[in-house]
Design a protein around this ligand. Structure first.
Ligand code: GDP
Length: 307
């Protein structure tokens, strides 16, 4: 079994490839919940839903959130009533969130609610929230404390970010059944997700860090050259004083990874990383389509067999 640490875009792309290479019982995913929020009365877990929709084969692959072919009638109707939502939810996507809110309201944990949603959507892989405890990513910009979506969706990543805080992580733990599956895993794959806002919150939970040190852990770079493939990772890394490169990513995972997957074009970093004792797999890491996701998945599996 392999455990993946995931955000909502890069790692779900990889999971779509891995799904075609491994049986479902061999895939365990720990999804970031630092961006969870309540909007229009429903509990949104953006990264859990992207993982689940990707594995169910229903994700909107243009936006990498929500369901393919969804409609926006409720969102439009809410706007007409004078309530503009920060996140534009599709109708079918909203149904998932309503169902989650009902399950949580009945006393279920987020991991049990996630399991129920997976069953309903035919997802057989194991998907867990990083914690059933509340951990929230706070973007500190000057005197302001923002949620990730206020920073990214509302403010379009404007202004200089001074600090990122994972509020609540000191007292948070991984869900118990996730711990069991990680213990049974042959390796941990830190997926190609934003190291600051998607992977950072997961690693802020001490059990997650512990398992990275205990297990063979390989990270996939979300950065090629000096640019991320999407999202604010480059901006945030730069604001927080980290080099925006595969080396910068490896530095953020210092002491936690045995190996890193970098792009073919990033030959310049290979020797530096290997000098630091980090094994390198250099291959095509831009997953433009399913074929590329599967090819990357296969290369990682072959690398893991040898190492
Ligand atoms: P979020 O929750 O939507 O922010 O999603 P993630 O954190 O999972 O994904 C965003 C990160 O994925 C960005 O830093 C991108 O650079 C990275 N990413 C997106 N597509 C790809 C891809 O095809 N290959 C790789 N290596 N990284 C990608």
């Amino acid at each position: 079994m392999l455990t993946f640490f995931s955000g909502g875009t890069g790692t779900p792309k990889l999971l779509m490839g891995m799904k075609r290479l491994l049986p479902p019982e061999d895939i365990c995913v720990i999804a970031n919940t630092g961006e969870d929020l309540v909007q229009s009365g429903v509990h949104i877990s953006p990264d859990i839903d992207s993982v689940v929709y990707a594995l169910a084969g229903i994700i909107d692959r243009d936006k990498w959130y929500g369901q393919r072919g969804d409609t926006y009638r409720t969102n439009d109707a809410l706007s007409r009533l004078g309530h503009d939502e920060l996140l534009r939810l599709g109708d079918k996507d909203r149904a998932t969130k309503i169902y989650r809110t009902m399950l949580l309201g009945s006393g279920m944990t987020l991991s049990d609610a996630t399991k129920r949603i997976c069953e309903a959507l035919g997802v057989k892989e194991k998907v867990y929230p990083m914690s059933n405890d509340k951990v929230r990513t706070i973007v500190r910009r000057g005197q302001e404390d923002l949620t990730f979506n206020e920073y990214w969706v509302r403010d379009r990543a404007s202004g200089h970010v001074d600090e990122i805080v994972y509020s609540g992580s000191d007292h948070a733990s991984l869900p118990q059944d996730a711990i069991y599956d990680i213990e049974c895993s042959d390796a941990i794959i830190i997926g190609p997700s934003n190291p600051i806002t998607s992977i950072g919150p997961i690693l802020s939970i001490k059990d997650a860090k512990y398992f990275c040190k205990e297990k063979y852990t390989i990270a996939v770079s979300p950065i090629i050259g000096s640019s991320p493939l999407s999202g604010p990772a480059g901006r945030l890394m730069n604001d927080l004083g980290h080099e925006v490169s595969p080396l910068g990513v490896a530095n953020l995972y210092d002491g936690l990874i045995d190996a890193i997957v970098i792009d073919t074009k990033d030959e310049a970093y290979e020797a530096i990383l290997e000098d630091r004792g980090i094994k390198v797999l250099r291959t095509d890491i831009a997953m433009k389509d399913l074929y590329k996701s599967k090819a990357l998945g296969r290369n990682i599996l072959d690398f893991l067999v040898i190492n």
